[in-house]
Design a protein around this ligand. Structure first.
Ligand code: SF4
Ligand code: SF4
Length: 344
């Protein structure tokens, strides 16, 4: 992987060239939160943000999308032009890139999802390093560093950015901006290592995940799940903000008078009361306790069995979004029998 450096005063010029590669989106401030959004101007970008409300999954799996339409006269009508839009998403943290890599694996599985893959193929990712806050535990989830899934990745090393070039597209971006980038020096490398070590000790949350699937197996009947079921209000926010939750619902809207019909998919949540409702009125998880247990088990145990790692990347969004204060780290520690949330 090629590594270069970019003097910080040249970042604005670099950003001004990116429109050649697509619409430029980045985190911006909105109503006291951060959101990924198309930039009206580069100065709106907030590259030292904590976390966005919604993760980058909204670019590859939109909250609602039309899969196709059907017209009686012309038959199948393909989806809108939207997936043709190329997007350069600037300022994605390592955990969110890690989450996209997980989604890539899921949507490339035995039944590749063409809608997801079309959008992903048109999404360029420029990553940026970050500083953990009190909700981050990506280090525990081994997602505080990524070695693929980005086109470029920027590390702040003081007067420069250390820039990893991850793909040929990233290389094209570097080449398109002429001599902006420079060779790295030994002192750049030393500064990168110094800051990397500082980041490691900046985490205040620590979760041991090595035997977590076994702990979950042993605690399947724990009273914790009933307690959580009593607290949870099934709003689904935790899964909607999660960068790796990918459940969706597909509905057909059919004009029985013979007009055109539409097939739509929209985000779903395993916390919703109807998620496991099937024909005949049977609901496999009608109790809230069963639904919240299912979410935890799928992330920390079922996904490990299928993909070799948990699907949680430790971004902290579910804990910050939950209106009743259900905190994933506290639950894991309680299952482990640890009374206080472990601090590094
Ligand atoms: S489960 Fe929570 S902490 Fe883990 S990836 Fe999803 S939102 Fe982030
Ligand atoms: S955000 Fe909290 S209250 Fe809402 S469904 Fe998730 S755990 Fe339950």
């Amino acid at each position: 992987m090629k590594t270069l450096r970019l003097p910080k005063p040249r970042l604005d010029f670099f950003a001004s060239v990116l429109h050649k590669f697509g619409e430029v989106h980045a985190p911006v401030e909105h109503d006291g939160h951060y959101v990924f959004r198309r930039l009206a101007r580069w100065s709106d970008a907030r590259l030292t943000y904590t976390r966005t409300m919604l993760p980058p999954k909204k670019y590859v799996l939109p909250p609602r999308e039309t899969l196709f339409r059907y017209r009686p006269d012309s038959g199948y009508v393909p989806p809108s032009k939207d997936p043709d839009t190329r997007i350069v998403l600037f300022g994605v943290h390592a955990c969110d890139i890690f989450a996209l890599n997980i989604l890539d694996e899921v949507f490339a599985g035995p039944y590749p999802d063409p809608y997801y893959q079309a959008r992903r193929g048109r999404l360029a990712i420029i990553g940026i390093d970050c500083t953990p806050d009190e909700h981050c535990f990506c280090r525990s989830m081994r997602a505080d560093f990524v070695d693929h899934g980005f086109d470029l990745f920027f590390y702040d090393i003081g007067e420069y950015y250390l820039v990893l070039v991850g793909t040929a597209l990233g290389d094209d971006m570097v080449i398109a901006t002429g001599p902006l980038f420079e060779e790295v020096t030994q002192s750049d490398i030393d500064e990168y290592k110094r800051r990397s070590a500082l980041k490691r000790v900046a985490f205040t949350l620590d979760v041991e995940i090595r035997d977590l699937p076994e702990i979950f197996e042993l605690e399947y009947e724990s009273e914790i799940w009933e307690d959580l079921g009593d607290q949870c209000i099934s709003c689904g926010r935790c899964s909607l903000v999660c960068p790796t939750c990918y459940c969706y619902d597909v509905t057909d809207e059919i004009d029985i008078a013979g007009g055109s019909s539409t097939r739509t998919r929209a985000w779903d949540s395993c916390l919703f009361a109807t998620h496991a409702l099937v024909a005949g009125g049977e609901n496999f998880r009608s109790a809230r306790a069963d639904r919240i247990k299912f979410r935890f088990y799928h992330k920390q145990r079922g996904f490990v069995a299928e993909y070799g790692r948990p699907s949680c990347v430790g971004c902290g969004r579910c804990s910050t979004a939950c209106p009743v204060g259900i905190d994933i780290v506290q639950i894991i520690q309680r299952l482990r029998g640890v009374s206080d949330v472990a601090r590094c």
